[in-house]
Write a protein that binds this ligand. Structure first.
Ligand SMILES: Cc1cc2nc3c(=O)[nH]c(=O)nc-3n(C[C@H](O)[C@H](O)[C@H](O)COP(=O)(O)OP(=O)(O)OC[C@H]3O[C@@H](n4cnc5c(N)ncnc54)[C@H](O)[C@@H]3O)c2cc1C
Length: 341
């Protein structure tokens, strides 16, 4: 563990890969932890297919994972920059910070690495609706893109489709209203999946749901029905009388909240918001000095690829500024002591 890296990046999704690229191009000794099979499977990065809300992304089948692979390939093929990067195909299990401000990161094989600065880019995950106690039935449709999670990315898919949100909180109702206003789908529904709607106390929201003729279906979702081409066709719903019926739907947005992958930040004592995101200053530095956060996990930002990129660049440039400043101070004080001596 003799080497101390300038910058350690945790996570290799949208924010982590951009942070790594910036750090290497800034000529910093960089280490990146790409995550494990488990962290990849539960990351948003893996679920992003074709992206149409960003220029330059249209040709990618798997927008984030393809562009991350290309980024690694470019660095690894570069004679000079390849020497700047160490990649670890594992997840980080713990991070601690010593009195001098040096971080020690431990992977799942108990290997330890040290760094002066850390960029945490472990992301978040959307909570999936449970169907008869399991999230498995929804996954093939999420994979296919009939179940979507991001209005800014995929909201346009409701055009000419029977559309829905899934959830019982006010977000499910507000998103249904927004989709009606933006795209006027032929039918809009809210599936509360057996739970009582929680927005009824909001008079304006309830009125809008009524005005846009949004159908609220409170029965439990029993199963998902597809057409011959395996496209989403309907939810089988259990009604109050205990009978079931098919409720057509072609595109649906679960709006059930998020799981924030904030354990490493929490364990270091960083300040966390109510939703689980990490609070930072405008450069992304958390309440723990030298420990930065970029991507969906940072509080108060859009959950988008281009935002993740910009956050990562801002954070790494701030680390770079601090590293250069410290180098300058050491240089100047060395010159000073020679002059005085
Ligand atoms: C279905 C879907 C479609 C989307 N479509 C779009 C779109 O069209 N346009 C758009 O701009 N955005 C889109 N988004 C949003 C976009 O995916 C996120 O904003 C973006 O991925 C956030 O980047 P991130 O780096 O914060 O997290 P992620 O990209 O999810 O990356 C997190 C990384 O951290 C790793 N990790 C986790 N824990 C650890 C650990 N302990 N140690 C090491 N590594 C770890 C994971 O393995 C993963 O590699 C979409 C999201 C979803 C779910």
């Amino acid at each position: 563990m003799s080497e101390i890296y300038d910058i350690a990046v945790i996570g290799a999704g949208a924010a982590g890969s951009m942070g790594m690229l910036r750090a290497v191009l800034n000529n910093r000794k960089t280490i990146i932890f790409k995550g494990s099979k488990q962290t990849n499977k539960r990351s948003r990065a893996l679920w992003v297919r074709k992206v149409v809300n960003m220029p330059l992304m249209f040709d990618k089948k798997m927008a984030i994972t393809d562009s991350v692979k290309e980024t690694f390939a470019w660095i690894e093929g570069h004679e000079y920059f390849s020497k700047k990067l160490t990649s670890v195909n594992d997840e980080v299990k713990t991070v601690i910070r010593d009195e001098e401000g040096i971080f020690t990161l431990e992977d799942s094989n108990a290997n330890k690495y040290q760094a002066k600065y850390v960029l945490l880019a472990t992301g978040i995950m959307d909570i999936q609706p449970e169907i008869q106690g399991s999230i498995e039935p929804i996954l093939p449709y999420a994979n296919k893109g009939d179940i979507d999670y991001c209005i800014r990315c995929d909201g346009h898919k409701v055009i000419n489709k029977v559309a829905a949100t899934i959830g019982h909180g006010s977000t499910a109702a507000w998103v249904a209203v927004l989709l009606c206003e933006r795209y006027s789908p032929p039918e809009m529904k809210i599936f509360t999946n057996g739970k009582a709607p929680e927005w009824l106390g909001d008079a304006d929201l309830s009125k809008l749901v009524e005005l846009y003729k949004i159908k609220v279906i409170t029965g439990e979702i029993l199963s998902i029905i597809s057409d011959e081409a395996k496209n989403l066709k309907a939810f089988q719903i259990k009604n109050a009388e205990g009978e079931s019926h098919e409720e057509p739907v072609q595109v649906a947005f679960p709006m059930l909240g998020q799981i924030a992958y904030n354990e490493l930040a929490k364990n270091l004592g960083a300040e966390i918001s109510e939703k689980g995101n990490v609070k930072t200053n405008e450069k992304g530095e958390s309440s723990v000095s030298g420990f930065y956060v970029a991507g969906d996990l940072r509080e108060g930002k859009k959950y988008q690829i281009y935002t993740a990129w910009d956050m990562a660049v801002d954070s790494v440039d701030d680390m770079d500024f601090k590293l250069r400043n410290s180098h300058r101070r050491n240089l100047l004080s060395a010159v000073d002591s020679v002059v005085k001596g």
